[in-house]
Design a protein around this ligand. Sequence first.
Ligand SMILES: [Zn+2]
Length: 84
Amino acid sequence: MATRLITVCDLCGTEKKEVNHWFLVRLMHYTDGIDMKISRYSDSKALRPGAKAICGQSCLHKIVSQTFDSQLITGDDAISSHAR
Ligand SMILES: [Zn+2]
C-alpha cells in the first residue's frame, strides 16, 4: 500500500479524519507584522509554504491569540526570532 499522507493539527496533534471541519492558516511575515490568512482545509492548499492545518474552531482561536499575543509582547523583533 502506498504511503498515506497523514494530516495532523499543527496545534494539538489531532489526526485528521475523512469528515472534519478543518481550517488552514497561513502566516505571512512582513516587516511591519504578521498577516494571517484563514481558509477551509484542502489538501492542495496544505502543501503551500507556511500553511498550518488546524482541526477546528478552538484550535483556530488558540493560534490566533498565540500569533498576535507574541507579536504584542516581543514587538518588531518577533518577525526574525519567530521565523521558522
Ligand atoms: Zn487542534
